[in-house]
Design a protein around this ligand. Sequence first.
Ligand code: GTP
Ligand code: MG
Length: 268
Amino acid sequence: MKKKSKESLQNQSDINKKDFDIDNENNENNSDDEANKSGSDIEIDIKTFPLKITMIGNASVGKTSIIKRYLENKFGLNSTEATINALFHSKKIKVDPFTEADLQIWDTAGQERYRSMTKNYLLNANGIFIVFDLCDEKSFNDLDSWLEDIKDTIDENNVIKILVGNKSDLSDIKITNENASKYAKEHDMKYLSVSAKDGVNIESLFEIMGNDCIRRIQDEQKRNEEEGALNENGQRITGLSGQFENNINIGDNNDNDGDGDKQNKKCC
Ligand code: GTP
Ligand code: MG
């Protein structure tokens, strides 16, 4: 999804002016244009990536609290009730001057009785936070079963997973950074320790997720472009000869609108 946005160059010091094709030479013919461009609004294209982000993990590890801290900058000890089924939230964040992520965040219930429901929220996810409580060994030991649920439900190659150790503000930490990082590495995830209570690393958590998801989507799009174009029947046009390869269906692997219609299209 692309939209026009007016950005003041004066507020965008990090934008390379060349990107806007601004001619800074003193050219009389363009003097009016230059006057308009120099200190005022310029239209730029912003591309928005809708991203489905799902948060899973044992009951009481702090999933709802992390989201509440991120969206409302609020925290209350014992103020959250156990989540029933799942809750939906959204927030747009700017990844760079030309790109924004529309985070569609699903806060799922950790209680065992909702487990089969929770799996449904993994479908078509672009990113998954797997949360444990740094002071609760069981929540760490149970990570295997959460990863198993992911494996059973979706193609892991299509998703960014981030391991989150919450409650870093507490003193009786049972899971060391070293152990958590090792586990994350073994399972192809990034790891971040956070505190919903103190707000530590909460912003970064969502920024990293947004960035990584968009990069993966862009890489996938690039790969598809490099591999070849399709004709209207889904046949690939190979090289300059214009010959078609049959029964090859390359799709945008990302179900950006969250409706599940594209997830299963895979290249070759
Ligand atoms: P379910 O909805 O049942 O799956 O639980 P949840 O993972 O959403 O946990 P929730 O956010 O409801 O938090 C559970 C308890 O942990 C609450 O009493 C929170 O106040 C507390 N809590 C959450 N995050 C933190 C944190 O960073 N530090 C501390 N000290 N307590 C936290
Ligand atoms: Mg909850």
